[in-house]
Each structure stands twice: as structure tokens, then as C-alpha cells.
Design a protein around this ligand. Structure first.
Ligand SMILES: [Zn+2]
Length: 482
């Protein structure tokens, strides 16, 4: 059976479990600083090392961030929530248990509306959002063996569990992108997948299209980038299809994504020992979440990505353009600053997405590393709009504005770049150009009308792009018809 036949017969069902590190100053249950990339074991204390007698104290800021995240995902906030111990043994877990939340998570019953690549929106239900602490990091050194760094042990995390509402690896990727945007806009995390502050596991199964039952669930771990999430799920869906089509059964298991080999492999039994013997942490009292506090956090939430996209579309931007801007928050903030200065939405978006992005991609730079200001870009747009310069000249001076932050008006004056819109002045240039290109003039008169474009181009060249293009066109035509 061919691959395409197989894909029409099965539906892929995916749910994601996402861990997000909260960007608090200090850890979840102690005063150690949250850091990244510092020398190993320099931010540890008796609490996060799990020394006997040390007592955890919840970080109020972490609870606040978790509430913010839960509200941004439309979750119900539990009036009373508690912490439980999840027991397992691993070298990077000094206490022999992780403090997490089991049967009374902070948030439940939310959703995330995910804009799909092919257009439209998929509403993905959020089953739960809970708070927990991170484990340390194991480093495998070929010479020294396994080393443990506990700087990360005790860093506050939220785990966000979706219902199995995603129907393709592409949708899973889109969900992750949108979840990342929401966390970033809510201001609770820097969500850098490459630094581990956003981590993702997936549940995936396949079933005959139209069926309501679920197939055997396979859990995929170790996906370290947006790209690997999509690739791992594509590989796994195909592996399961091939098994079913050859009459074999899909085993319920945990598999690891092997980035280099491009495949998933069965994992050792650690994660499969699902008996974590959860019980309430006797060192921590249940947390009462004050309803008024929750409301004040709700009121302090900024405009979220979906609202921002809708606002941009309302200004006349395409859904695609709105999504590109919103996905790059600094770009969207810059765009908003331009709007506040009175810029035309479509013009400003176009300059940011085409000219600026082009330059940034070319140089592998971020917007923040440039000296372009909203005032500068808006001034440039004004110069074009009022006819002082042509679009071509604007594009010519733009890289310098990005580089030095120079004011476009001063650049135009200093270099004499203002547009030639004076009929007499331009007419003189046109006559000169036509005199220099008798062959093209002859061609035009014989009916080869594309000679017109060539001659107008020569006029633009002769004026170094300063001629008003409409007027140049009109004058060339007029002189040719004389
Ligand atoms: Zn500590």
C-alpha cells in the first residue's frame, strides 16, 4: 500500500505536555538565584540540595506567574491548591522526590486558540496547568562519567497539559509556537527552547479516520527544538502507520527522539515506572488563592497574541502579515510605536517585514541591535508620502538609518536626494536621455512599446533615482509622441 493511501486512512491524534521555566528572580522554594550558564553548583542551598531539616517556602512571585499563565490560557483558578511529592530516584534529583501538584492543580479547563498554517483556528483544550520545581542537570562526560549540576534544581516550572486535540505534527508545532507567544506576552518566561526554559513532550497515537476511540499512546521525549517536535511526530506517525498496516500492534510506551538518527527509539524503563507514589508534601500547607488577587492579576494581563493579531487584521493587514509581526514581539512593539506616531499601518508593516527583516536576515542580527527608531521610520514614510523622495531613494538610505540611526530628512538634504517633481527640470533630463538613445526611440516609434520602460529606466538612472517615476513616465511618453 502506498504512503498516500495510508495517510488517508488514518488520523493522527496528538497531545502536548509543555514545561515552561518561570522567569522569577529566585527558585520555587528557596532564595537561590535563578541563573543560566553559571559555573555548576554555584546557586544551591540546603533547601534545593535537599539536606535534612531544610524547609521549603513557596515563592509568591512564582505562584503569581503561574496564575498569570493560567489566566492567559483561560483556565479556572483553584481557590485552594496544594503541593505533592512525586517520588523517583535519579542523580539530578537530590531529595529523591520532586515537589509538584497532583490532584489539585492550580489551573484547569482552559484553552488555546491556535492559528493554523493553512488558515483558520484550532481550539486546543488545556486539561491542566500546575506548578512544580525543576530537577538539576546531568552532564555526561566521556572521561569523568556523569556529572550533576544543581543550579537548575528548584527552579519554578509550570507544566501545561493539553487534551489530545491536535491532528498533525504541523498543528503541534503551531500550538507550541502560539503557547510560546502567550507565555512571552504574559511576561512569565523567556521561553527559550535552546536554553531549556521551554520543553515539550508529546503523546501521539493513530486511529482509523472517523473513529472515536484512541489508539495505543506513545509518549515522545527529548525534542529540543520546534523543528524536532515536528520531525519526531512525523516520524512517529509514519512508524505507527507502518506497524498497523503490516498487521502488528503499536505498543504503549515511551520513546526518545534521536535528533541525529532522525528516529524515535524505545527508552529505558525510568519513565515507564509510572508509580510515583504521590502524596501531599507535609512541609507545605495548602495554598489559598485569593479571588481578588486573581482578579487583579487578570486585569494586569496585557493584550495577548490573538487579540493583537485581530487588531492588526482590523487595520487592513493580512492574516499572514499580522501573524509574522505578532510572532516577533519586538517587531510588533516597534510597529505599534510607529502607529502611535501616526504611520499608515500597511506601509509601516511592509517596511518592517520586507526591508528591515531583509537587512536583519542578511546580517543575522536582531532588531534590538540596530539603531533604527520608530520616529526615524515614520519620518521616512512621510518623506515618501509627501513626495520629497522616491521609494527607490528611501530604500537606498534605509540601511544607513538602520546602521547609524540617522535622521532621514538630514540624509536627504545632505546628499541632495530629494525628488525631482519639477516638470521643466525633468523635461530637460528626458530630452537629453532620448537624444542619447536614438535606437530605443526608433524602436518605440516602430511599435516596440517596451522601449518605453527602458527609456524611463534611463531617466531614473540619470537622476540617480530622484525622478518622480509617474512624472518621468508621462514626460518620456509625451516627448516620444511629439
Ligand atoms: Zn536553594
Amino acid at each position: 500500500m502506498s504512503r498516500t493511501e495510508a495517510t488517508t486512512q488514518f488520523e493522527t491524534v496528538i497531545g502536548l505536555e509543555v514545561h515552561v521555566e518561570l522567569s522569577t528572580e529566585t527558585k520555587m522554594f528557596c532564595a537561590c538565584r535563578v541563573t543560566f550558564g553559571e559555573p555548576p553548583n554555584t546557586h544551591v542551598c540546603p533547601v534545593c540540595l535537599g539536606l535534612p531539616g531544610a524547609l521549603p517556602v513557596p515563592n509568591r512571585r512564582a505562584v503569581e506567574f503561574a496564575v498569570r499563565a493560567a489566566l492567559a490560557l483561560h483556565c479556572e483558578i483553584a481557590p485552594v491548591t496544594k503541593f505533592d511529592r512525586k517520588n523517583y530516584h535519579y542523580p539530578d534529583l537530590p531529595k529523591g522526590y520532586q515537589i509538584s501538584q497532583y490532584d489539585r492543580p492550580l489551573g484547569t479547563g482552559g484553552y488555546l486558540d491556535v492559528p493554523l498554517p493553512e488558515g483558520g483556528v484550532r481550539r486546543v483544550r488545556i486539561r491542566r496547568l500546575h506548578l512544580e520545581e525543576d530537577a538539576g542537570k546531568s552532564l555526561h562526560d566521556p572521561r569523568l562519567g556523569t556529572l550533576v549540576d544543581l543550579n537548575r534544581a528548584g527552579v519554578p516550572l509550570i507544566e501545561i497539559v493539553s487534551e489530545p486535540d491536535l491532528r498533525s505534527p504541523e498543528e503541534a508545532r503551531a500550538y507550541l509556537q502560539e503557547l510560546r507567544n502567550v507565555m512571552l506576552y504574559a511576561g512569565v518566561s523567556d521561553v527559550k527552547m535552546e536554553e531549556g526554559s521551554l520543553r515539550c513532550d508529546a503523546n501521539i497515537s493513530i486511529r482509523p479516520a472517523g473513529s472515536r476511540e484512541f489508539g495505543a499512546l506513545v509518549e515522545i521525549k527529548n525534542m529540543n527544538s520546534f523543528r524536532s517536535v515536528k520531525q519526531a511526530l512525523e516520524y512517529e506517525a509514519e512508524r505507527q502507520r507502518a506497524l498497523v498496516l503490516s498487521g502488528e500492534r503499536v505498543e504503549r510506551e515511551t520513546r526518545h527522539w534521536n535528533e541525529r538518527a532522525g528516529r524515535t527509539t524505545p527508552s529505558r524503563s525510568k519513565e515507564e515506572a509510572h508509580d510515583y507514589r504521590y502524596f501531599p508534601d507535609p512541609d507545605l500547607v495548602p495554598l489559598r488563592i485569593d479571588a481578588e488577587w486573581v482578579e487583579s492579576i487578570r486585569r494586569s494581563l496585557p493584550e495577548l497574541p490573538a487579540q493583537r493579531r485581530a487588531r492588526y487584521e482590523g487595520l487592513g493587514l493580512s492574516a499572514y502579515d499580522a501573524a509574522v509581526l505578532v510572532d516577533e514581539r519586538p517587531l510588533a512593539d516597534f510597529f505599534d510605536a510607529c502607529l502611535a506616531l501616526g504611520a499608515d499601518a500597511k506601509q509601516a508593516a511592509n517596511w518592517l517585514m520586507v526591508e528591515l527583516q531583509g537587512l536583519l536576515n542578511e546580517k543575522g542580527r536582531e532588531l534590538s541591535a540596530t539603531r533604527l527608531t520608530p520616529e526615524g521610520l515614520v519620518a521616512l514614510l512621510r518623506l515618501i508620502e509627501e513626495g520629497t523622495i522616491t521609494g527607490r531613494i528611501a530604500k537606498e538610505i534605509f540601511p544607513e538609518m538602520v546602521e547609524s540611526g540617522a535622521d532621514p530628512r538630514s540624509l536627504v538634504e545632505a546628499r541632495g536626494l530629494s525628488q525631482i517633481a519639477d516638470r521643466e527640470e525633468l523635461l530637460r533630463v528626458v530630452r537629453e536621455v532620448l537624444a542619447q538613445h536614438p535606437a530605443a526611440v526608433e524602436d518605440y516609434r516602430k511599435g516596440k512599446t517596451n522601449a518605453l520602460g527602458f527609456l524611463v529606466g534611463q531617466v531614473m538612472k540619470a537622476t540617480r533615482g530622484r525622478a518622480n517615476p509617474g512624472l518621468a513616465n508621462e514626460l518620456v511618453r509625451r516627448v516620444l509622441e511629439e
